[in-house]
Design a protein around this ligand. Structure first.
Ligand code: HEM
Length: 523
């Protein structure tokens, strides 16, 4: 039977099939090593980001281009940028064995010691994925998690309703990106280890003009919250800085490595306490919880091996890190795009009102009856994928379907952002927000590897189904009760930037006016 989310997730994951590679070889275009052209091109990466660079490179050189790396920086022979569904299919599915390793920045390997899900490779990664992905694929577990998402979203609705009622105009203005961050951190804490960060409560204080604490109190909730935020912020600042430079900066007093170390030890200590408590409770015959930690504590492989405490905290931490900002920014972008396109909003409100009775909350099952909402979410992720690039390392020489040769040691960059904004793939109206691109008929004509906000292959996002369900449920719960209006001037495209995940530029948010809406309300 098709699950409620089967319409969301495309079959681009975990395939390991090897077929004969094409033999014809063409040189890959790109600037001459150390030339002025190469310098100009590479400066785009530094000034505009890897995601924009990849799009510009594909417009300039075509679907494949190569940058030689004469100094073999980070051990790579060359950087190869590919931007066509056919070549991506080759790398992520057809000849995936040659590209099974994710290329990781120095700092990430340094901080994770090659452990956890995100920072590991090969068998270690495969084993941890096997154990951790279960709860995010299992329908029963997803249904349980969906109640957490809706319960938290309804709490946010209550706080928004109170803020609107308290304002003489009947509406209020807020940074929706910050509020969705709080919502998803609560959800991910509850789903991962039944821990309530109660960040949504901060929304109430925020709208009443109170400031947040610095999070350094002794309370577990505050310590972990401080550590999660510090870890993400500092890592983002130094993500592409080579490690030797960072170590030299550290000796000169730069705070990054020290702050990262402090955040990791706070998270580790807090999580190890939670794990010890949970093991003790289980040993004493306690009932246990329906969360990821519980699933991992009891999960074993065929050989009876389970995860050690160290492995457990690293995996739970990675899932929280990978899951919270990504889901939050996607939801905020979705609310913005829907609100900036009144005809889309009208259709979506009609769908919500037709599927949900007055006061009825959306559920895992009811999402299946909201194809337009699903199409809107997909269209947002085409234009604004929360993680824009997914790189792999080539183990051996290979030939891409376009006939271009890849060398052993090349880093192959694929980008959901560049792919989603490729005119060659989506047509001349590529920058228009048009959810009808994902109508069943039009979607059926698309290449399986042309919409990849969750990456593809054995390192594909393991929370993809959960993430899509969460984004849709949060948006449905909020849009059922409110109309969001972007503040003028409202640009059709959101200016996004990326550190590790998407952000909304220097202004740091997506400010919108929030007003209660009635069922059946016209534009
Ligand atoms: C809209 C939200 C999300 C987006 C757009 C997203 C996207 C991605 C992408 C692009 C990758 C890299 C894939 C690749 O290299 O092929 C990734 C990895 C990952 N994601 Fe997500 N993600 C989201 C939410 C989540 C959630 C909610 C969770 C957990 C519940 C999660 C857990 C992970 C993990 C653990 C990895 C690392 C997998 C590995 O290294 O093997 N993600 N995600």
């Amino acid at each position: 039977m098709k699950s409620a989310l089967s319409a969301f997730v495309r079959d681009s994951g975990d395939q390991v099939a090897e077929t004969g590679a094409p033999t014809a070889t063409r040189p890959i275009p790109g600037p001459a090593p150390l030339s002025l052209e190469a310098l100009k091109d590479v400066s785009v990466i530094f000034f505009e980001g890897l995601h924009v660079a990849q799009l510009k490179f594909s417009e300039k050189y075509g679907p494949v281009c190569r940058f030689a790396n004469p100094a073999s920086l980070n051990g790579a022979t060359s950087w190869v940028f590919i931007n066509s569904p056919e070549n991506i299919q080759h790398v992520c599915a057809t000849n995936v064995r040659n590209y099974s390793r994710r290329y990781l920045p120095d700092i990430y390997t340094y901080v994770t010691h090659g452990k956890g899900i995100l920072g590991s490779q090969d068998e270690y990664n495969a084993r941890h994925r096997r154990l951790c992905s279960g709860p995010f694929r299992n329908k029963w577990q997803l249904q349980r998690f969906s109640s957490v998402v809706v319960e938290r979203s309804k709490r946010l609705v209550d706080i928004f309703s109170a803020a609107a009622a308290a304002d003489p105009s009947g509406a209020f203005t807020t940074d929706v990106a910050t509020q969705t961050q709080r919502l998803t951190l609560d959800v991910v804490g509850l789903v991962a280890f039944s821990h309530d960060f109660a960040c949504v409560e901060q929304v109430q204080r925020d709208l009443a003009g109170a400031t947040a604490g610095d999070g350094r109190s002794g309370v577990l909730q505050d310590r972990v919250l401080w550590a999660v935020n510090t870890f993400g912020e500092v890592l983002a600042q130094v993500f592409i800085t080579p490690l030797p430079l960072l170590k030299a900066m550290d000796r000169l007093g730069a705070p990054h490595l020290r702050q990262l170390g402090e955040a990791v030890s706070v998270m580790r200590a807090a999580m190890l306490d939670v794990i010890a408590e949970r093991r003790a409770s289980l040993a004493a015959g306690g009932r246990g919880r329906d969360d990821l930690l519980q699933a991992l504590l009891t999960a074993t492989e065929d050989d009876g091996r389970g995860l050690s405490d160290e492995e457990l905290w690293e995996d739970v931490h990675d899932i929280m890190g990978a899951g919270h900002e990504t889901t939050a920014t996607t939801t905020a972008a979705l609310l913005y795009c829907i609100s900036a396109h009144p005809h889309v909003r009208q259709r979506l409100e009609e769908e919500l009102d037709a599927v949900l009775a007055d006061g009825e909350a959306p559920t895992y099952e009811s999402l299946e009856r909201m194809p337009y909402l699903q199409a809107c979410a997909k269209e947002v992720m085409r234009l604004y994928p929360a993680i824009p690039v997914f790189p792999r390392e080539a183990a051996r020489p290979d030939v891409l379907p376009t006939g271009h040769g890849v060398a052993a040691g090349d880093v192959v960059f694929m980008s959901s952002y560049a792919l989603g904004r490729s005119e060659a793939v989506w047509g001349p109206d590529v920058l228009e927000f048009d959810p009808d691109r994902f109508s069943p008929e039009r979607e059926a004509r698309q290449h399986r590897f042309q919409w990849l906000p969750f990456g593809a292959g054995p390192r594909m996002c393991l929370g993809a189904s959960f993430a899509q369900m969460s984004v849709a449920l949060m948006a449905a719960t909020l849009l059922q009760r409110f109309r969001f209006t972007p503040l003028a001037p409202c640009s059709p495209l959101i200016p996004v930037g990326y550190d590790i995940t998407m952000n909304f530029g220097p202004s740091g948010g997506l400010r919108m006016r929030v007003a209660p809406r009635q069922r059946g309300q016209q534009q």
